[in-house]
Design a protein around this ligand. Structure first.
Ligand code: FPP
Length: 274
């Protein structure tokens, strides 16, 4: 749908009035989209409190943003979307809030399963899934199994996820292989570590989006974000819509990524890597 709109806009579908979304779409180069976008869905609590509502209303409103963003990413042709839904630190929140988040997740999976399948999206939860409540594990198993053959986009749902715990799990798994005699220390490379993360086999995120005005990584994808471009906005997650995603993508395409090297034709004389 989005692609059709881009085509219309580029093929002389000229109108006097153009929405912001249409203008951004027209600026987007669909051949240079990020392969992998990661999002820290932050600001739900503040969004609700500003409106005199309980924090949990912010989480409920955040589901709508998630739905819109997932659909937009799939329609654009982004291959991987990773969203931070519940961190290993979020258990410190009041019991009621944790329960609401877990129930929302189950509700989301049941409500969205048809839409995920219709859009050819594969659900891939990442995190310490074994420690989630049984009703959540059951809903995840259902969604994994129903979407397992879908190919258009992978939706990584980070649940009971922590970047440090992910590295601990990867190290444990590598040590197990070494103790079994299948791996020597010299054989361990960056690829070995990447291949033992929850995101094994996936490209690293090209773009990280963080709404709500905070400038933190919050224990998210610590290994994978090494050369990711960050895009921050003061928009709270429940207000985040595809127009904000498009803004992030347009800004991303204006960046020059060097991965510690130089741009073509540039001679190095001084300075440090960036
Ligand atoms: C951070 O905002 C958000 C979370 C801890 C939960 C994210 C969950 C959702 C968006 C609900 C939808 C997700 C699924 C998978 C159903 P915060 O509460 O820390 O906000 P604050 O910083 O304003 O307090």
């Amino acid at each position: 749908m989005l692609k059709n709109l881009v085509r219309v806009l580029r093929n002389g579908g000229k109108r006097n009035t153009c929405t912001k979304e249409e203008r951004l779409l027209a600026q987007l180069d669909l051949s240079r989209l990020p392969r992998h976008v990661a999002i820290i869905m932050d600001g739900n609590g503040r969004w609700a409190q500003k409106r005199g509502l309980p924090r949990t209303c912010g989480h409920r409103a955040g589901v709508e943003s998630l739905r819109d963003t997932v659909r937009a990413c799939a329609e654009l042709g982004i291959g991987y979307l990773t969203v931070y839904a519940f961190s290993t630190e979020n258990w410190k929140r009041p019991r009621d809030e944790v329960d609401v988040l877990m129930n929302l997740l189950v509700e989301y999976l049941h409500k969205e399963i048809e839409e995920l399948c219709a859009n050819d999206i594969r659900l891939h939860p990442i995190g310490r899934l074994q420690d989630l409540p049984p009703h959540v594990k059951k809903a995840l198993d259902m969604a994994i199994s129903r979407t397992r053959n879908n190919q258009r986009m992978v939706l990584n749902l980070a649940l009971n996820y922590g970047g440090r715990i992910e590295l601990v799990d990867a190290v444990r798994s590598i040590v197990r292989e070494a103790l079994a005699g299948n791996l020597s220390p010299e054989q361990i490379t960056e690829s070995t570590i990447a291949g033992h993360l929850y995101t094994a086999g996936q490209p690293d995120p090209d773009l990280l989006i963080r709404p709500s005005g905070d400038y933190r990584v919050s224990n998210f994808l610590l290994w994978q974000l090494s050369y990711t471009e960050f895009w921050m906005t003061t928009v709270m997650w429940p207000d985040f819509r595809r127009v904000h995603l498009l803004q992030a993508l347009v800004d991303f395409q204006r960046r020059e990524r060097r991965f510690g090297g130089l741009i073509r034709g540039e001679k190095k004389c001084s300075g440090t890597e960036s």
